[in-house]
Design a protein around this ligand. Sequence first.
Ligand code: SF4
Length: 296
Amino acid sequence: MKDRSVDASVSEENSSAVPGYLSEIFCSVQGEGIYVGVTQIFLRLAGCSFCCGYCDTREAAVRPREYVVYGMDDTNSVDGGAADIPDTPGGQTTFLNPVTAPGLSAYLEKSVSSIPGLHSLSVTGGEPLEQSDFLEAFLPLFRPSDLPVYLETNGLHEAAAAKIAPLVDIVSMDIKLPSLCLPDGGTVGKRADASTFGKDIFDIYSRVIPVFARKDFFVKVVIDDDFDPGEFEHAVELVARTDRSIPFVIQPVTSSRLIGCRPPTSEKLMYARGIAAAALEDVKVIPQCHKLLGIR
Ligand code: SF4
């Protein structure tokens, strides 16, 4: 565990005032990246303003009225600050958004003690850094459990990254290749390019990578069969510029309902691996294992 400092000035009273919007909470096995296979509680925050063509959590792109808890003990004890909705079949319970930081922290800490072999709390999305004020209130309260906090992020929110990095232990950051994203706020079937977003996302990554590099950190890049080698090389170069030993994961795309891309052939995959391995010391090719296993 690396430097995880806490802002002791965040009082419980203040933290109650910041609403948090969730999509779901569940316990499962991490299916991506270098921590594949470990058991985690997944805290999926709602809302993401980006638009990856392969996104498999589009239902988490907006802030919904309700969130769902799957297969966890004591689901009735979640304090969402609002009335909950009666249990539904299939071991899931639906609650109303928003939640409070103290209520969520108290619930999760109780759950942590009832799950043997738990590795960490995965704070995922949607894009968690789009709710950085809530995370800034919640994470210091959750810290007493001493369970490592694992952040999954697209890395595109520079100020939020700097604010939240001290409060987490492990960071999994995607570098998004523009050509695998949708242009113009999500025109289905078309691909973006670096100029589409009105901002240079590689420029953002060049500043965010050094912020997260102080943590237990790895980078993940999703590619398809038509990935742009120039974009991929740019991503590799940004990581190498900060630290050649940062673990770098190439993840072949699994599903791509939105832009209709295909998984890379083995030749394309090995081509990408070769580009990365020429500049970096720790390159792995890891698919989405939870999809292979048919689990959440
Ligand atoms: S950043 Fe994540 S949640 Fe947002 S569109 Fe991309 S894959 Fe989906």
